[in-house]
Design a protein around this ligand. Structure first.
Ligand code: PMP
Length: 376
């Protein structure tokens, strides 16, 4: 039976080749006589798996040597606490600033409030007129010129891709040009990790839950400039102190070994696709096809400002909401799964991560066109 196309926002589609390789290696990894999940994390087999995962990730994202790669647990939600616990003490002010652009960055802001003097640097939580078009709250990204970053803040935090709102931002500022040369930039890259390059000349810390583009849930990847290490507050749990995790090569305690192995297979798959440049080109083509079709149609609408539309998560609404249930039922019948929008915004959402090929996007567009013809 053919596998359906999976548009889940996360955990989400994995490359079939990776699943097949994992299945083949399930009970005996490379003649070791063991499944990866049965191996000691301190043994030579897993050591090789971990080291290759890190070096492949470094190669894919051109991660500079003065950055550490950490394999952690707790998801991006735990990072909402782990980031301030580790970084807010970098400067004795205990201050950090947050840019809010949707549900995920607001959760980050709220959690950080438990640990220091937190301020909103900029927010898209209001209506704005951009290029003559009125934009609803959380459908645009605040322009850098309007950020108010306190020069004595330890860091400014933003969410690079709002998975629910479908708002993406990657034009990271040079904070020195904004009167804040000593402020670090921290980015939640969970839902666009590995879909495009990351400019590590601007970003000091990038973190991502693995379960969208990198592998199974349970693994969090943190890429952090080494001078950000060693500033944890005394109350920071030892296992979440970035300096401890870095010093132990992510083996401070038992890491999520199987998830690291699976992510490592995804990294090798990405390299075989041609690396980040090739996958980015595919993502541009896929997202352009989706938005192009939606904008031209009379039945569907995407409300995100054109300059801030996510390449990974495409939320859309049917102009006649009465049709939602029949749209979803028909989609499932056509082998197009998990298209229901997040409950907080309603409508539909197609997450078109790295593992969803152009063919899957075309199948979705064909279905949408056919549905519009029947109901438009
Ligand atoms: N940030 C973003 C951008 C997300 O998409 C998510 C999960 N969808 C989270 C944070 C929270 O991640 P987790 O559930 O892994 O804690």
């Amino acid at each position: 039976m053919a596998r359906p196309w999976n548009f889940s926002a996360g955990p989400s589609a994995m490359p079939l080749e990776v699943l097949q390789q994992a299945a083949q290696e399930m009970t005996d990894w490379h003649g070791s006589g063991m499944s990866v999940m049965e191996m000691s994390h301190r043994g030579k087999h897993f050591g090789r798996i971990r080291d290759e995962a890190e070096s492949d990730l470094r190669e894919l994202l051109s991660i500079p040597d003065d950055f550490a790669v950490l394999f952690m647990q707790g998801g991006a939600t735990a990072e909402n606490a782990i980031v301030p616990l580790n970084l807010i003490g970098r400067r004795d002010t205990g201050k950090a600033d947050y840019v809010t652009s949707g549900i995920w960055s607001n959760k980050s802001l709220k959690e950080a409030g438990r640990y220091g003097d937190i301020a909103v640097a900029a927010s898209s939580g209001e209506t704005a007129v951009i290029g003559g078009i009125e934009q609803q709250p959380w459908t645009w990204f605040p322009a850098v010129r309007n950020w108010r970053v306190r020069s004595d803040a330890a860091y400014v935090h933003l969410c690079g891709n709002e998975t629910i709102g479908g708002v993406e931002f990657v034009d990271y500022p040079d904070l020195a040009e904004h009167g804040a040369p000593d402020v670090a930039l921290v980015v939640d890259v969970s839902s666009h990790f590995l879909s495009r390059p990351i400019d590590f000349s601007r970003v000091h810390v990038a973190y991502a839950g693995a379960q969208k583009n990198a592998g199974p849930a349970g693994l969090t990847v943190v890429v952090i400039r080494r001078d950000m290490l060693g500033h944890a507050l005394p109350v920071c749990p030892t296992a979440f102190d970035y300096a401890n995790v870095a010093a132990a090569d992510s083996m401070f305690n038992t890491p999520p070994t199987y998830a690291i192995y699976m992510a490592g297979l995804v990294f090798k798959w990405l390299k075989r696709q041609g690396g980040i440049a090739a996958i980015e080109a595919a993502n541009i083509e896929k997202s352009a096809a989706m938005y192009g079709y939606i904008d031209a149609s009379d039945l569907y609408v995407n409300k995100v400002h054109a300059g801030s539309r996510s390449r990974m998560n495409v939320p859309f609404f049917l102009r006649d909401e009465q049709l939602n249930a029949s749209f979803l039922a028909g989609a499932e019948q056509a082998g197009l799964m998990q298209l229901k929008g997040h409950k907080s915004v309603g409508g539909m959402r197609a997450s078109i991560y790295n593992a969803v090929p152009l063919e899957g996007v075309r199948a979705l567009i064909n279905y949408m066109r056919d549905f519009e013809r029947r109901h438009g």
